[in-house]
Design a protein around this ligand. Structure first.
Ligand code: ADP
Length: 160
């Protein structure tokens, strides 16, 4: 049985993330979508429980995908969940630089767990959680970027 771990902040989950999780679910027998619960350098709109819930709702149709949370090093989470590889998505050159650095550090930390990259779907290449939050806060349409549950959750946050 092959297991993959797709880690990220998912603040919040978007159609781009859902695409990567879906395609991963066709490659691996089991995929853990792993929501990181600590992220010191980023200010998040949603807390860990909220991000977990939004991901769980958005991915409930994928039977071999399970949403979990983790803290600490991602390579340790991958080991804890018995993953054979970590999964990440690549959109633009800017993603590549960051992901390359991350992968090299993870290789040093844990040479036995590799990272696998899936290229963004052309339809989702510009889909980015941070931009979606900005568009929503300016009153723009986001229904083509995130599922309904996420759209409602963002609007509710912005009203508070
Ligand atoms: P991070 O873990 O860096 O905070 P995110 O939670 O936003 O990033 O995303 C998790 C992973 O999903 C990253 O590898 C990111 O590049 C990828 N990703 C995000 N949005 C998309 C998208 N629209 N298409 C493909 N991959 C994406």
């Amino acid at each position: 049985m092959t297991t993959g771990l797709y880690p990220g902040s998912f603040d919040p989950i978007t159609f781009g993330h859902i695409d990567i999780a879906t395609r991963s679910s066709h490659i691996f027998d089991k995929v853990y979508v792993a929501v990181v619960s600590t992220r010191s350098t980023k200010s998040l709109m949603f807390n860990t429980d909220e991000r977990l819930q939004l991901c769980t709702e958005a991915l409930s149709h994928l039977k071999n995908v399970e949403v979990v949370s983790y803290s600490g090093l991602t390579v340790n989470a991958a080991k804890d969940f018995g993953a054979h590889a970590m999964i990440r998505g690549l959109r633009m050159g800017s993603d590549f630089d960051y992901e390359f650095e991350l992968a090299l550090n993870n290789q040093k930390l844990s040479p036995d767990i590799d990272t696998m990259y899936l290229m963004a779907n052309l339809d989702h290449i510009y889909v980015k959680s941070s931009l979606i939050k900005e568009i929503a806060s300016g009153g723009g349409q986001i229904s083509h970027l995130v599922p309904t549950n996420v759209e409602e959750a963002i609007k509710a946050k912005l009203m508070n």
